[in-house]
Design a binder for this molecule. Structure first.
Ligand SMILES: O=C(O)C(=O)C[C@]1(C(=O)O)C=C[C@@H](O)C=C1
Length: 327
């Protein structure tokens, strides 16, 4: 199989590119040799995937400091469907980059991605209080804008300095230490899912009727099967005010009975249900001081073996020979 082209949030020098490279350049990666194609936004990266111009798209989905990336959440539920096949956790460290020779006093404008700005807001207020802050579609787009002379400084990844011929004015810039951003790699719906590893995550998006307890009923389908929910978000359905997509991530793989049964129950219960993928749970790379996300202990009686035993018991109850006594 030839390695697929992969779109990512560009231009070159984004955290997204670093995250993707950590996957593609890992020893033995099935993606070695993939062509990486920068896209102007997360929406554009997912559009390239939907248009069939790339086989995969890597986009940021959430930050430990700033939360969800709304454009990605919205992009994941659009039609035609896509599925997440990998997640990547990347510790993020920001630098302030400037054109060579620029000093603190020269900085009148500073640009970054909204998540970059949100993670360095207090630092900027303390160190560049007079600078006007502008938003760009990515942190590397901010670095490119500095190189073009459109702004004086960018809050971005230190690697962007090499891409755009910039200098580091300040490094290790953050308001909250040990920030981690989570990225996902999406494939067209119908792609073969990664096999269960024993430590997986499944993502779905669901809509439901507006009645008391409707969301609780969804959550209950996971709770009664011992599925640890790792994230819940809502986004407007965009049809009218007050209607939402609920995005849920849970520990487990759709191929496992607990998760599979929970999803089947949601299929009966929800107005709309989108399966957004089952993929291995990522951990923060070794060497980082940032902690990996917590993992809940397994719930007794809810393992695959327990489900198999229960299914066998039920089959035996039902499987009565045709000539057996009865009424
Ligand atoms: O702009 C980038 O470099 C990105 O990869 C996006 C992104 C994000 O969406 O959160 C990734 C990491 C940082 O938190 C800031 C920006």
């Amino acid at each position: 199989m030839t390695a697929p082209d992969i779109a990512f949030l560009g231009p070159h020098g984004t955290f997204c590119e670093q995250a993707l490279r950590s996957l593609v350049e890992a020893p033995g990666s099935a993606l070695a040799g993939s062509r990486l194609r920068p896209a102007a936004s997360t929406t554009a990266a997912l559009d390239l995937l939907r248009a069939g111009e790339v086989g995969l798209a890597c986009v940021p989905i959430e930050s430990s400091v700033e939360g969800a990336v709304p454009a990605t959440m919205d992009g994941l539920v659009e039609a035609p469907s896509v599925v997440v096949v990998r997640e990547i956790l990347l510790p993020v460290r920001f630098a302030v980059l400037v054109r060579p020779g620029t000093t603190h006093d020269d900085v009148r404008t500073v640009a970054s991605h909204p998540h970059g700005e949100a993670q360095t807001r207090r630092w900027l207020a303390a160190h560049l209080p007079a600078a006007e802050v502008r938003m760009t579609p990515s942190t590397a787009a901010a670095a490119a804008a500095v190189a073009d002379g459109q702004v004086d400084a960018a809050v971005c990844a230190p690697v962007a300095a090499g891409h755009y011929g910039l200098e580091i004015l300040a490094d290790g810039v953050h308001d909250t230490g040990d920030a981690v951003t989570r990225f996902v790699v999406a494939a067209p719906a119908g792609s073969r899912l990664p096999a269960p590893t024993g430590s997986d995550r499944t993502s779905i998006a669901a809509t439901t009727v507006n009645e008391p307890g409707a969301l609780l009923a969804i959550l209950t389908e996971f709770a009664i099967r011992g599925v640890d929910l790792t994230r819940i978000e809502s986004r407007p359905s965009k049809e009218r005010l007050g209607t939402y997509w609920f995005f849920l991530d849970g520990a487990g793989h759709v191929a496992e009975p607990a998760m599979g049964e929970a999803l089947a129950a949601l299929h009966r219960r929800c107005t709309e249900l989108r399966f957004l993928g089952s993929y291995p749970r990522a951990t923060v790379p070794a060497g980082s001081t940032a902690p990996s996300p917590p993992v809940a202990p397994p719930v007794p009686g809810q393992g695959t073996g327990d489900y198999d035993a229960a299914a066998g018991w039920l089959t035996a109850l039902r499987d009565v020979p045709d000539d057996a006594l009865g009424i």
